[in-house]
Design a protein around this ligand. Structure first.
Ligand code: ZN
Ligand code: ZN
Length: 374
């Protein structure tokens, strides 16, 4: 392959462009993309909700086969589950490693996603050489200081391509875990009751992670009965369809399932400001509200700060995850008993990427996958 076809993304514009196959040099790697998932953030970029330098080389959820690797790649990047050689399957965290120089890298090293100096695959302008920084491409370029995870043999390509969204979901669940004192009633632990707002791909994977973590009752709300049906298959106990119940009925149903007090933990994965408001109303006094859905600015709500005081609620944000969250995600993808493959409702060739972006978010669709080798 001397020329490589890659999709570029800008508001309302998807293009398939040809690029020369890059030379990996001493510290680069080239992977042949086997499967790549379309994320809600790809749709947000297409809809013009993101402030980025467009067009970008899109695609940040992928599995690929190593096609070429520089002789110093192993020392310049972090390789987990390796060693890795040409022919092996790998996935890459969207962010390169923290710079280790900025204030955040120096003071909050356990949260490298706060470093502003990282390169983000799938969100980088396509004008940046060698252009192939996204996964919706026959081949993707992986530069120095990347985080590379070798894929276990028992994981299919498509399931492995869900490592990134599973990392987001499992991070959201782990954010709610207590500081080693769950028996006094704080945070998430075995038997706790959790509400998940939103049953898109992240909400579904949150349910999977919660079930595997041994929590008690899992309640899920969404606008789509199809998605709620899927959530039940992933392990949800109670589902609440927004079309059939108004906010006060949902609150009542959730209270009824929790001794009248509300869930110990609420995870907002809908990305709709009103869902945050509902989550705050729902969570029990002394409980935790985790906000993972608003990766993009999607409007505001009026809220009463008194509610947070009166409930003594912990409100926690999630901004991506530390790179080793991929290890947790790969573990869950291998060990969960949930029918995870059913989440991938659609697979399309690269030529139909724009159609895939349009489909993403539709009620009948959970996850759209692109196979650039078709
Ligand atoms: Zn994503
Ligand atoms: Zn930094």
């Amino acid at each position: 392959m001397s020329t490589i076809t890659a999709a570029t993304l800008a508001p309302d514009v998807v293009e398939l462009r040809q690029f020369p196959r890059p030379d990996v040099g001493p510290t680069g790697m080239l992977i042949e993309v086997l499967s790549a998932g379309i994320c809600g953030s790809d749709k947000h970029m297409y809809q013009g909700h993101a402030k980025l330098q467009f067009p970008v080389a899109a695609g940040h959820e992928m599995v690929g086969r190593v096609a070429a690797m520089g002789d110093q790649f192993e020392t310049s990047s972090r390789i987990v589950g390796g060693p890795v050689q040409v022919g092996d399957r790998v996935t890459i965290t969207p962010s390169t490693q923290g710079c280790r120089q900025c204030w955040f890298c120096s003071h909050v090293p356990h949260k490298p996603s706060l470093c502003p100096n990282r390169l983000i695959y799938g969100f980088t302008p396509v004008s940046k050489s060698p252009h192939l920084y996204g996964a919706f491409s026959q081949m993707m370029y992986v530069g120095p200081k990347s985080n590379v995870f070798k894929i276990p043999d028992d994981l299919s390509d498509e399931r492995a391509a869900m490592t990134e969204p599973m990392a987001v979901a499992s991070r959201a669940v782990e954010r709610a875990m207590g500081g080693g004192i769950p028996h006094i009633g704080e945070g998430l632990s075995v038997g706790k009751r959790v509400a998940v707002l939103g049953a898109g791909p992240i909400g579904q994977l949150v349910v999977v992670a919660l079930r595997h973590a041994g929590v008690g009752t899992i309640m899920v709300s969404d606008i789509s009965e199809h998605r709620l049906q899927m959530a039940r298959r992933m392990g949800a106990d109670i589902t609440l369809c927004i079309k059939d119940m108004d906010a006060s009925q949902r609150l009542e149903a959730v209270r009824e399932a929790t001794d009248g007090v509300g869930p110990d933990v609420v995870i907002e994965a809908a990305g709709v400001p009103a869902a945050f408001e509902e989550g705050l109303a729902m969570v029990r006094r002394g409980g935790r509200l985790v906000e993972v859905g608003h990766f993009f600015e999607n409007g505001t709500i009026a809220l009463s700060p008194h509610t947070i005081c009166h409930k003594e609620a912990d409100v926690l944000g999630v901004w991506a995850y530390p790179p080793m969250q991929f290890e947790t995600a790969l573990y869950l993808l291998s060990h969960s008993s949930a029918p995870l493959d059913d989440l991938m409702t659609t697979t399309l060739p690269l030529a139909e990427f724009e159609q895939g972006v349009r489909l993403t978010g539709n009620e009948q669709v959970i996850k759209v996958m692109i196979n650039p080798q078709l």
